[in-house]
Each structure stands twice: as C-alpha cells, then as structure tokens.
Ligand binder design. Structure first.
Ligand code: GDP
Length: 350
C-alpha cells in the first residue's frame, strides 16, 4: 500500500545519504593525494625533463622538435590515489608541404579517432628531404618507428644511473614497455612512471600522439591516435566553474574506483571523462549535494554504453571510446558495474 511506498522512499533516501557520506570519506582518505606528495612527484618529473632537454639539444641539435613539456592528470589536479605517473610530451615538427593527415575513417581500416600521416611530393622532395623520413614505413610516418628512434636514445644512450645519482633518484627505463617509460624512484617507497609521448600538432589544432592502437594488428601499425585530452579536460573544468559543480570530484571518484578494482582497470580517464560530459548534456544538477545521485547515474550510464558497445567521444561522436576493448572485456566491465548498482559501497571497500 501507500505507506509501504513511503517506507521504501525513506529507505532509499537514507541509503543515498549514507552513500554520499561514504563517497566523501573515500574521497578524503583514498582518492585525494596530499599536496606534498604531488609536489615531490612533480619536482622529480621536472628534473628528468630538464635532463632530457639538455641531452637532446646537445646530442641531436638537428632533430626538429619543439620544447618538451610535462602533462597529464598530475598537472590538472585529476590524479588519484598516488602521485605515480606523468607524460613527457615531445612535439615533433613536420614540414607542411611534405606530410598530410588522413583521417582514419577515410582509410581501409575505417577507425575514427586514428589518423595516417602520409608523405607527399616524394617525386620533387626525395626521401631524406624531411628529417622524419627515417621513420617512414610504406609511405607513411610510423609512430612505432618514431618511438624506436627515441627508445634507442632515451633507453640506449643516456647514462641514467649517472644522472640518477646526481639527482638522487634511481632512474631506469621500463622494459618491455608499450610506450617508452622511465621509472623514477624518488623516495624509499615512491615511484613515478614518466611516459615519453611523441606528438604531432595538426593545422586545425588537433593533436596526434604516438600511442599505438591497443589491438594493433599489423594493419593498425601506422595509425596515430588523436588526443582529445586537453579539450575534454578543459570542458569538464569549465562546466564545473559555471555552476560550482562536482563533475571533477565525480571523475576522480570513478577513476579511483577503477584504479583500485582489478575488474575495472580497463576503464580509463578519457572514457570516464566523456561519460560525464555526455551526462552533463541532459543532467543539470551537479551541486555537491547531488554527488551520490550523479555517481550512481554515471555507473548506470556506463552500463548502458557497455551494453551498446559504444561510448561516443563528446567532442567527436564518430569516435567510439570502447573500440579498443575485446568483447569479453566489455562484458566483464558491464557485469561488474551492473552488480555495483545494487551495492555501490562495495566499490569503495578496497
Ligand atoms: P590518468 O592517467 O588516469 O590519471 O589520466 P590522465 O588524464 O593523466 O591521462 C593519461 C593518459 O592519457 C595516458 O595514457 C596518455 O597516454 C593518454 N593521453 C592521451 N592524450 C594525452 C595528452 O594530450 N596528454 C597526456 N598527458 N596524456 C594523454
């Protein structure tokens, strides 16, 4: 009867209230990283970046690069749980008349969000006219080959033990690594992983990174990955600033939950950010009081995206952010999140 319904409503309200409290407690105790820890990690990354700049300028003055810089969640206050990784961006300079960008949907692979970089005008400007011709494979600039060039340098010819002892860190290249990664032990029990990420900036401002397609069959080998990270992070932050919202907090909670639960580790920051951006298109109330509701709604929307096998990038809906997951992985993520809907606090007990 009526009173039963009221009882259920009350019960639901009470559960939501306590979820809200548990989320904030989890945020304070697990998600948020103390300022001092972040500062130490940033300093270690900066020291490494400075060393690499000096080395590359001295050793390869002709290599057409713009200044390297650090980026990632550690610099956007979006890193969670431990300050343990950063990206070192390495912007490459390409001659405009020698290289062109071909969107993935216009290629035989038909993958939006990935691009080919084609060498042009070879008849007038033969091989060798561009510094980066050495990384050309089958007429295209190969991200794999670019990474190999840097790998030889960074892992092969820099004396990291010597530099490390000067800086008082233990530095070693991680092998094997899909991208090029340095491990920096900057305290007895603290480690920072710095990914070396070559980057191309297109004329329209879009950027491509040398991070291979995860299901890199041979035919995917020459694909560059379009990065939307800067724009999507800025968009999320701007929305929060307009309405004093809790989207970034919600993102950090979700990132921590995925980092701490083995079954959810395949979900990354970009997928979670975009799921929140898509939710923001229809959901207006992001006040901190609504955090638990929005968090649950985020989980529900992720279940929906996984069921559909599709999570469009908010900035380019043609891009499916689930396209690098295998079907069993999609199923496992969906199942885990579906179960979490009836016991969301279980996600916080890790
Ligand atoms: P977190 O690693 O989960 O804290 O998330 P981030 O927001 O720091 O994203 C880092 C990941 O995004 C790495 O796997 C990068 O390879 C990838 N990525 C894609 N584009 C970019 C970019 O423009 N900058 C950085 N720093 N990382 C990018």
């Amino acid at each position: 009867g009526g009173s039963g319904a009221v009882q259920t409503d009350l019960l639901r309200a009470r559960m939501r209230l306590s979820l809200q409290e548990h989320l904030w407690e989890f945020y304070r105790e697990k998600v948020n990283i103390p300022g001092e820890e972040q500062a130490t990690a940033r300093r270690a990354a900066l020291d490494i970046c400075a060393e690499l700049r000096v080395f590359l300028h001295a050793k390869l003055p002709d290599m057409p690069l713009r200044e390297m810089y650090l980026s990632g969640s550690l610099y956007d206050n979006l890193q969670v749980v431990t300050a343990d990784h950063a990206q070192l961006m390495v912007p490459m300079i390409l001659e405009k008349n020698l290289w062109s960008f071909v969107p993935g949907e216009d290629t035989i692979m038909n993958v939006p969000g990935f691009w080919l970089v084609r060498r042009e005008n070879l008849e007038y400007f033969p091989r060798g006219s561009s510094y980066w011709d050495r990384c050309m494979v089958g007429g295209y600039l190969s991200p794999k080959s670019v990474l190999e060039v840097f790998d030889k340098l960074v892992a092969g010819s820099i004396n990291w033990p010597a530099i490390g002892s000067v800086l008082d860190y233990v530095i070693r290249p991680v092998v094997p690594s899909e991208t090029l990664t340095l491990e920096v032990q900057y305290d007895m029990d603290r480690r920072l992983y710095v990914d070396f990420l070559p980057l191309l900036v297109m004329e329209d401002g879009g950027s491509l990174i040398a991070k291979p397609h995860r299901l890199a069959a041979e035919r995917h080998e020459n694909l560059w990955r379009q990065s939307f990270r800067v724009a999507e992070t800025a968009h999320l932050r701007a929305l929060d600033q307009e309405d004093g919202g809790c989207r970034c907090t919600c993102l950090k909670l979700a990132k921590a939950v995925c980092k701490l639960n083995a079954a959810l580790q395949r979900l990354n920051a970009s997928q979670l950010t975009n799921a929140i951006l898509l939710l923001s298109e229809t959901e207006g109330d992001w006040t901190p009081e609504a955090l638990a509701d929005r968090f649950l709604q985020l989980l529900r929307s992720l279940v929906g995206h996984l069921e559909a096998g599709r999570l469009p990038c908010a900035l380019n809906p043609k891009v499916n952010l689930l396209c690098e997951l295998l079907e069993p992985e999609v199923d496992e993520l969906g199942y885990t999140l579906y179960c979490a809907l009836s016991d969301p606090e279980g996600l916080l007990r890790t």
